[in-house]
Design a protein around this ligand. Sequence first.
Ligand code: URA
Length: 434
Amino acid sequence: MRLYDIIAKKRDKKELSKEEIEFFIEKYTNGEVPDYQASALLMAIYLNGFTKEETANLTMAMVNSGDVVDLSMIEGVKLDKHSTGGVGDKTSLILVPMVAAAGGKVAKLSGRGLGHTGGTLDKLESIPGFNISVEEDKFIDMVKNAGLVIAGQTQNLVPADKKIYALRDVTATVDSIPLIAASIMSKKIASGSDAIVLDVKYGEGAFMKTAEDAEKLATAMVNIGKSVGRNTSAAITLNGEPLGYAIGNALELKEVIEVLKGEGPEDLRELCLQLGAQMLRLGNIETDVEKGRAKLEAILKDGSALAKLRELVVLQGGDPKVIDNSELFTISPLTHEVKATKEGYVYELNAEGVGVSSLLTGAGRHTKDDALDYGAGIILKKKMGDYVKVGDVLATLYSSDEAKFEKAEEELQKAYSIQSQKPEKSPIIHKIIR
Ligand code: URA
């Protein structure tokens, strides 16, 4: 088999066989296929597409390029969730304990933040002592006995994706539906989950700009799940303004605790209840989503979801005092108020702009080796639909470095669009694909 022939076949809009796709993935991962040939094939896929079968074969070839987590010794359906990214998206930190408290088994491998988006691991590390490296035995044990774990990925999980993603990034082939679908699903499948709930975002700042494209991506991922025996469900959600009011690691954790106490911002709570009800359905814990939602609401109210988060923190070496009293989180000492310069309704609040502003306070990383200011970030005071007068506080910035406020404010001011017209608010979930 030669890669040249595989490129020519896809260039001519023909369907690639499983063996041809496996050949490409294996030879590219081990360095036998050069970047220029891989680039040509990726561009042919970008332009001519992949069938359902080709996409499923690509996904499984990528899964098999590295380590696969084996959770088969744990009884029951192992659940996972994935979001295609969002600013202020702390849903994993709510969903994992909430679903575990309802009897689900959630083994979550998460990542760090880079650029304007935050990462679940960084947020957890704002808890003193919390350890994101969990040995395999302990990982299994936690899922079996406590129903939850949140840990960092091993180095060798889907190495093919690391290489291909880096190449796509510089060859204008990132926004291809089959390539995105295979990239995301390969990592979920290699993480050992049996059932996956996806939150596919659309809008400004998301990979998919329209609900229609997000639906196509969601359908491609649900189809992959179906082809490889992983029950998958996807919610199409608007990536409008940030979720909740807090952006930044410790600040977001405090908001997570509010939601787990049955309080907290409505948009965040609603999204978590709907995604959580889908997880309970896929986990065969409650197949009726309305009943599932009611069960989760009860779990938030009676404190058992918060108790699960506390259990997770203790098991992973963290100090539970901050969970018992979130005022004990270390928040950066300096604050700066960002005020409205115009009267009207907040018509738009660009999530990416808010993310960049938070990054500039010290809450995020420009490069992967940057140190974080865990207590830095933003508390929004005004969101879409709120009416503001000149001088009203739009948001408070937190940082340990006064010099960071100027640029962070500049970005945040740009993210707010204030107009005389009231914006129409869309529901948080556009559609669920099952
Ligand atoms: N996220 C991924 O993990 N992969 C993609 O290709 C796009 C988004």
